[in-house]
Design a protein around this ligand. Sequence first.
Ligand code: DAH
Length: 342
Amino acid sequence: MQINTEELRRQFDERLAEIKSSTEIDSLRVDFLGKKGKISALMAELKNVAAEQKKEVGQMINDLKQSIEKTITEKAEELVRLEEQKKIDSVEAYDATLPTSLDLGSYHPITLIQREVQDIFTSMGFIVENYSEVVDDYHCFEALNIPKHHPARDMQDTYYLDNGQLLKTHTSAAQNYIMRKYGAPVRAIFPGRCFRNESTDACHENTFFQLEGIMIDEDISISNLIYFMKTMLSEVFKQDITVRLRPGFFPFVEPGFELDISCTICGGKGCPSCKNSGWLELCPCGMIHPNVLKAGGIDTEKYTGFAFGLGLTRLAMMKYGIKDIRMLNSGNLKALSQFSDK
Ligand code: DAH
């Protein structure tokens, strides 16, 4: 009995030349290498081969089988690669400049007002600092001339954490850190989220934003404070703003003030928005208390400074005419998106 492996290889090569897809290569594999395939058939013929040739012929069939297996594997890999490339080529080129149909959302009113105030102060030489929302008692109170058991602590109903730290009740908590970081002279503003255990209503929130500022240098006086406040507020409200100072008590400033602005709605004549007084309370401030400067490592013989704690949340409400503070934390996208054009 003659076994012709060369003829089988020829048949295989002929079929292989016609193969164009990975499905076709699978059927070729079955035809030649499958249980009922041509190689198995050839193996079955081996029993009819003369005994002295069996070993040699068996070896030839095995070599053919291995060579076909190798060729099929390589061809299959090549076909998969080509098919993937074809898919990639058929996808239209990605154009990053195409408009997206996604709704991009908008900036929160607090973000808008914060950026505006930041821009104004940086144009006047102030740096913008960031500070943690979780702080320790020293930075929030003691370094600000509010020792333990001082009644002024009652004004800020504080969320204490189990580890003794607390959620900062005011941005003033960063004053000491900034004085230590930069020394004097320094001009810095530091916006941030603050927390107080308040029951909420249209005017009160337990989570709100302030923007604090300090300026420390030689010969800084209340006139400097008034100048910077007036300039900043006139730019924010895009009109000339008149300010007035009333005495106010805060342990970390001496003297301390409440800064009022002439009502932006009625121009100071008196209206329901300003309870007919013509004035709106906006920004507590004062000359930094020497104890606070000392705690910050500042030479009180040489330097003085002012500080202010602008209620960013309040400012946003005034600027955008937001009547209920709870809207700001509501997550109501429809309401919040009306202030931004982005
Ligand atoms: N930290 C004060 C508060 O939240 C506000 C304040 C008052 C800040 C006077 C100041 C300041 O910098 O000078 O009640």
